[in-house]
Design a protein around this ligand. Structure first.
Ligand code: ADP
Ligand code: MG
Length: 287
């Protein structure tokens, strides 16, 4: 019988093994419907163009639809992994360019509240992801729920998506405020989606940055922007990522540029990332 503490020690010691670690990026937003899922799947696609192997964890409790966006249907979810019925290999779907998709379903809540007796099995299964990918992107769902915050705290990086709409900005600020308190050191990178122009994006970022500096005494990084583009809606209808249906669209070009920055941040900062084990150990430690 392992108790939680000894499992965590075990995790930590395996951390020392020389093995390329998977980077965990959580994509989130204050408000729903701002384009997180569209952004996530197209970022995944664009990262493969940089030779990165990517797995997406569909972590939106309210509206898990990453599989649908890829034209796939999930048969099993993380719930089957937690119950021990299925292995990670059995629930993982494969999308275009080898992108892996882990359907979360309501199992995501279970993952963030793992019971002790399930710990070893889940860690062993998720640990195998490390060999399959360089980046794990979590589409977390919107808002201030506990599960979302726990995922954000445990990630190596947070990408927060907002649109220039006042309501989206207010909710983004609300989330930034709680993250400032609860996820102190995790870098937060902003993406402004559905902008009309670069000036629109810069002005929107500036508004948020000013509020964060003035009232939260924090800093914010500007990752990039994505144009409002009717082709995004068309690709949703086609159930195909934008980058496959319309690779030359203005929105996808923006996401390719952002993917370059995401890869670049990793290269230039020589960052130590925690990998899957680091992620899980932080996720569990938040309880
Ligand atoms: N850059 C964009 N231009 C135009 N429409 C967009 C853009 N990004 C997202 N959308 C639209 O917004 C809607 C919500 O996007 P979605 O990715 O499902 O949001 P979320 O995951 O944040 O709830 C979709 O119908 C999508 O077509
Ligand atoms: Mg979504």
């Amino acid at each position: 019988m392992h108790d939680q503490a000894s499992v965590l020690r075990d995790l930590a010691s395996r951390e020392n093994h020389k093995q390329a670690k998977m980077r965990v990026i959580a994509v989130t937003s204050g408000k729903g419907g701002v384009g997180k899922t569209s952004f996530t799947i197209n970022l995944a696609l664009a990262l493969t163009e940089y030779g990165q192997r990517v797995i997406i964890l569909d972590g939106d409790l309210g509206l898990a639809n990453v599989d649908i966006a890829f034209g796939l249907t999930a048969r099993y979810t993380i719930e089957h992994l937690l119950s021990g019925e299925k292995t990670i290999e059995q629930i993982l779907l494969t999308g275009p360019r080898g992108i892996g998709i882990i359907p979360g379903g309501s199992g995501v809540q279970g993952l963030a509240n793992l019971e002790r007796d399930k710990l070893k099995n889940v860690i062993a299964n998720l640990g195998r992801l490390e060999k399959m990918a360089d980046v794990l992107i979590i589409d977390t769902g919107a808002g201030l729920g506990h599960t979302v915050i726990n995922f954000l705290q445990a990630a190596d990086d947070i990408i927060m998506v907002t649109t220039p709409e006042p309501t989206a900005l207010t909710d983004a600020y609300g989330l930034l405020k709680s993250l400032r308190i609860e996820a102190g050191e995790v870098p937060i990178h902003m993406v402004i989606n559905r902008v009309r122009s670069e000036e629109d994006a810069q002005a929107t970022f500036k508004r948020l940055e000013t509020a964060v500096q003035r009232f939260l005494k924090g800093s914010l990084s500007f990752l990039g922007w994505v144009y409002d583009d009717t082709l995004v809606g068309r690709s949703v209808m086609l159930q195909e990522p934008l980058g496959i249906s319309f690779p030359d669209s203005s929105a996808y070009r923006c996401i390719q540029w952002i993917a370059g920055k995401v890869v670049g941040i990793n290269l230039t900062q020589q960052r130590q990332v925690g990998g899957v084990r680091g992620f899980l150990s932080k996720l569990l430690r938040s309880f």
